[in-house]
Design a protein around this ligand. Structure first.
Ligand code: C5P
Length: 249
């Protein structure tokens, strides 16, 4: 009698891409803006698919744009045999990630959450985060030390001087990036139980911290920066130009 061998657990990436990107100025949703002629979202999905650890990518599209995003991804070559799913997103990043998690296949046990707004993350960073979760860490965040000193202020209306209430010790601060990696059950629990008002969580690890689960930091990469403001587009184009000359990317 032949017995079915259970398939090996899989790693998935959820890519929230439903933001409007207003800080970048007027125009298409941020994830659909192009860098070197290719939409940012395609760069981000390629960055996930390039990792041999990742076998499925769930792209969370603007709520009314899932069909367009599907067509867009079908029209661009993606590395490897990675399965790509597209689902509509929500009003906040937290809601979009929750909808992405709900679409994951049952055999996925490790989840990376990666912002479409970080299109140039190197595969080494993706691999390092996935490997740290596989090695037993329930939540892993890539991060870099800060160049600037950070002040905590009492916020006031735009343009008004804001009183400083504290200066955290810079050596103990890290700027966190994505992909953030999680044991799937831990991230599912965080999204099912942690309720935050306003714009919701800006980062999945922060939700996991609220569960009292340990989150660890691994080295991030300067090319994993978030494209937020117009100057970031200039930097991203420069990184792509350098990659073209150095490794024929
Ligand atoms: O706005 P912010 O830059 O923090 O967005 C981070 C990521 O979350 C982006 O990739 C954006 O597309 C995504 N997002 C989303 N759904 C929203 C808001 C943001 O998927 N409602």
């Amino acid at each position: 009698m032949s017995r079915e061998v259970p398939a090996a657990p899989r790693t998935a990436a959820v890519v929230p891409a439903a933001g409007r990107g207003v800080r970048l100025g007027p125009g298409a949703p941020k994830a659909l803006r192009t860098l070197s002629g290719t939409p940012m979202l395609v760069h981000a999905v390629r960055a996930m698919a390039r990792s041999r650890a990742v076998s499925v990518v769930v792209v969370v599209a603007p709520p009314d744009g899932a069909a367009d995003v599907r067509r867009l991804l079908d029209g661009h070559a993606l590395p490897g045999t990675t399965e790509i799913l597209v689902v509509p997103g929500g009003e906040t990043r937290q809601e979009s990630v929750r909808l992405g998690l709900a679409a994951l296949p049952a055999d996925v046990d490790v989840v990376l959450v990666h912002d479409a707004a970080r299109p140039l993350v190197p595969v080494e960073t993706v691999d390092a985060v996935a490997a740290a979760v596989r090695a037993g860490a329930p939540a892993v965040v890539p991060a870099l030390p800060l160049a600037d000193t950070v002040k905590q202020v009492e916020p006031r209306a735009a343009g008004e001087p804001e009183p400083v209430v504290g200066t955290p010790e810079r050596a103990r601060l890290r700027a966190v990036q994505t992909p953030q990696g999680f044991d799937r059950a831990v991230l599912d629990k965080a999204h099912a139980t942690v309720v935050l008002g306003g714009e919701g969580a800006t980062d999945d690890a922060g939700m996991v911290e609220r569960l009292g689960v340990e989150v660890v930091v691994v080295p991030g990469h300067e090319e994993a920066f978030k494209v937020t403001r117009p100057l970031d587009l200039v930097l991203a184009e420069a990184v792509l130009a350098r990659r073209r000359t150095t490794d024929g990317y």
